[in-house]
Design a protein around this ligand. Sequence first.
Ligand code: CA
Length: 367
Amino acid sequence: MADTSKPATHGRRIALKAGVAGALAAPLVARAQQSFSWKMTSAYGKGAPFYMDGPGSATDLAKRIETMSGGRLKIQVFGAGELIPALEGFDAVRAGTVEMNHANSYFWTGKTAAAQYFTAVPFGLNFQGINGWLYDGGGQALWDEVYAPFGLKGMACGNTGVQMTGWFKKEIKSVADLKGLKMRIPGLAGRVYAALGVDVKLLPGGEIFPALERGVIDAAEFVGPFQDRKLGLHKAAKYYYTTGWHETATVSELLVNKAAWDKLPADLKAIVENAAAACNVISEAWCQRTNAEAMEDLVKNQGVIARPLPADVVKKLRETTATVLAEAVAKDAMTKKVHESYMAYMKKYVDWARYSEGPYHDVVLGI
Ligand code: CA
């Protein structure tokens, strides 16, 4: 009730103050109450270690976002085949069927060749280097530019670290031993092997072990010691070549529908970006420990012969990679732009690594 004993001017001043405060507060209150319920699909099956289960995985990412947002952004996670087939995430997010997909951008090289650079380039950057390029070297802005015509946004949300060359039934002594070899290996590295006479096969994770065991293939690449052992690949082949030339640090991608992204308030956008960056680091940390433990077991207890590829094979793979990349760059202006940024950053990174990481590794390895 108004106090009529007070002067009219005072009452008007209070009313004005309340009006201004109310006008400012109303949208803030409305925004704070706005909540979102999203779906995220994955290229990997339910329970797949690293991708779907464990620290920094898709399920962990969704949980972190929900917790940090106080439940304002809930994300339901679906493994491959639960809502859509494994590799249809790009189209599903683009169409808005789901708001997010968790996979690797190199699955989308059929849509845009430049997507390769946001996962891994043969003889490319390591974990530190790729993060440097993405977060501090213009890589993220290029990722946004590459995906803008598709109405998508991508960001790093995980990393396996360096992967292994893979499993071979027979010893590889020279480039000649690759000729006619039937090998499971996806992506750009598969094109490099194919140029050297390898009969490249594309098989999903679950089909690798039976094919290798039955001799349908002679060799197989998957990820690294922990995940490869989980598939049982050491029971089908004993030579484990370690040189991670083909996937030097493999980035997991959080793919987001741009129209849905634009509807998120700034604080929820920040939560998604920061949760993805956290999972990027946390998942790689998990890989370091689990791979170290698995490799020790494979070598000590499972009779696995783990060794780097011979130097002449690496040299030939490097030369062929340069040719394959040059072909991709010549075909597409956007790929050229991304390639030039990546390689310019890599030159800086490697120049500095000659003073920093290189000598450090020599010290640690006792060289
Ligand atoms: Ca791989």
